[in-house]
Design a protein around this ligand. Structure first.
Ligand code: ZN
Ligand code: ZN
Length: 446
């Protein structure tokens, strides 16, 4: 080969290995190589006196701001909602890159057999994915949701469909990514969240829901895990983002243990599948309500006694609080009685380190806000909720769902201290009892 030929071959090589922006919104055409441009439009448009952002679809007028653009020498309007994904502004075009499909054999590995319930769910998901239909899976905590989506993903990848598995929460995204990469060893799976970028061609993406803003008309399957972890008021925007990132033919699969009314109302009866059993075949622990006032100034003998018993029985305890300051004050009383006691909240700079210590068995008692209501699974864990009357039913169900997750220790306590029963508390308990009954009727738990 001549030097020129070598150089050319190298360029072709570079073109082929560079990540492709299929189905994405792009701000600079220098970033694409062999991809085709589908459309270009101004980042922000003014339609009948109202601004609309073409990057994220935002129409909330309070999120549009003006500044003087020195390139165009005029006032320009930009969208603040999606500014982290590159500024969309009225004087500059954004580019929508044509989507592309790529077939694989969709091979995956599963080291155990699915339970009957998981198998039924898996078949339903597969059917919905292939027909581009929507589905809501109302699955109890610990039902083994992730394994239920494998067959559907595999079927879609064999057709060349593009897949996104998303969740509002980063910790859930990371966890799901680990399990998917472990099962689908030959797939090129992109992991995306704030600060973590794609490295492949977006055929199979695991990401926070927000990251879907980068796409337009690309995904044929969007699986939304823990959809209810999103604040309710964000629902509209979330649905919009998913819609915009989806191809004309697309299946949306929602997974949740605590669907809200708004979500339920978007599905008809046949599109909602209830999965009442835990994968290990034991019932959900039922919340136990106890009238007990916890004060920030005084030791509570009942709580102290319970925590001491926990240590004796070699059990771990999460104590949930509704308020960070209150929790810290109460913690200051109890920390003198136990050696391996800690507290954590969403504003704690050491929260990741503390969760790691928790997983490493270095903490017996953890005072916490709802930050630990999802995601973490520990052996021999019981939970206490302080001022349960201040929690909504979803939070109570999620917190109760921490207990008895491991097959070796399927039981445990959900102790709910309260200063007066609420409808939310009763609703949470009824839901759990109902799910257990349903699972029992189906013969899925004993
Ligand atoms: Zn925007
Ligand atoms: Zn400009």
């Amino acid at each position: 080969m001549t030097t020129a030929q070598k150089a050319k071959a190298f360029c072709v090589f570079l073109l082929e290995v560079k990540m492709k922006l299929y189905g994405r919104i792009c701000h600079d055409l220098n970033n694409i190589t062999t991809e085709k441009l589908k459309a270009s439009k101004p980042g922000v448009a003014n339609v009948q006196g109202k601004y609309i952002c073409h990057q994220c679809g935002n129409t909330d007028q309070t999120l549009f701001f003006q500044y003087y653009c020195h390139h165009c020498n005029k006032e320009t309007t930009y969208c603040r909602y999606c500014v982290n994904f590159g500024k969309a502004q009225s004087c500059k075009d954004i580019y929508i890159i044509e989507s592309k499909r790529h077939r694989t054999d969709g091979k995956y590995r599963l080291d155990f057999e699915l339970s009957e319930q998981q198998r039924i769910a898996s078949e339903n998901i597969q059917r919905a994915v292939l027909k581009y239909e929507h589905l809501l899976l109302h699955a109890v905590t610990g039902a083994g949701k992730t394994e239920m989506i494998f067959a559907g993903i595999s079927a879609a990848r064999q057709k060349g469909d593009n897949i996104a598995v998303v969740s509002p929460r980063v910790d859930v995204v990371k966890e799901v990514y680990l399990r998917l990469t472990n099962a689908f060893k030959d797939e090129q799976i992109d992991l995306m969240y704030e600060g973590q970028f794609a490295q492949y061609n977006s055929t199979f993406v695991v990401a926070t829901v927000h990251q879907l803003m980068r796409y337009d008309g690309h995904f044929n399957v969007v699986i939304v895990d823990e959809v209810d972890a999103f604040p309710l008021e964000m629902d509209q925007q979330l649905m919009h983002t998913i819609q915009k990132a989806s191809a004309a033919s697309a299946s949306h699969i929602y997974l949740t243990a605590t669907p809200n009314k708004q979500l339920l109302s978007q599905f008809n009866h046949s599109q909602i599948i209830k999965l009442p059993a835990r994968y290990h075949g034991h019932p959900l622990p039922i919340p136990e309500f106890q009238f007990n006032t916890i004060k920030e100034t005084k030791l509570n003998p009942k709580l102290l006694k319970f925590l001491k018993q926990q240590i004796e029985h070699e059990r771990k305890t999460f104590v949930f609080f509704h308020d960070i300051r209150f929790m810290e004050k109460v913690f200051n009383i109890y920390r003198h009685y136990f050696s391996k006691i800690e507290y954590v909240s969403s504003i704690d700079p050491k929260r990741h380190e503390k969760v790691t210590r928790l997983r490493n068995n270095e903490i017996d008692i953890m005072f916490t806000t709802t930050i630990l209501e999802r995601g973490i699974t520990l052996e021999k864990l019981d939970v206490v909720i302080v001022n349960t009357e201040k929690f909504n039913s979803s939070a109570i169900i999620q917190i109760a769902g921490r207990v008895g997750r491991k097959i070796a220790y399927p039981n445990g306590k959900v102790l709910c201290y309260h200063e007066g029963l609420t409808k939310q508390m009763m609703h949470a308990k009824n839901e759990i009892v109902k799910m257990n009954r349903l699972a029992f009727q189906k013969g899925w738990i004993t």
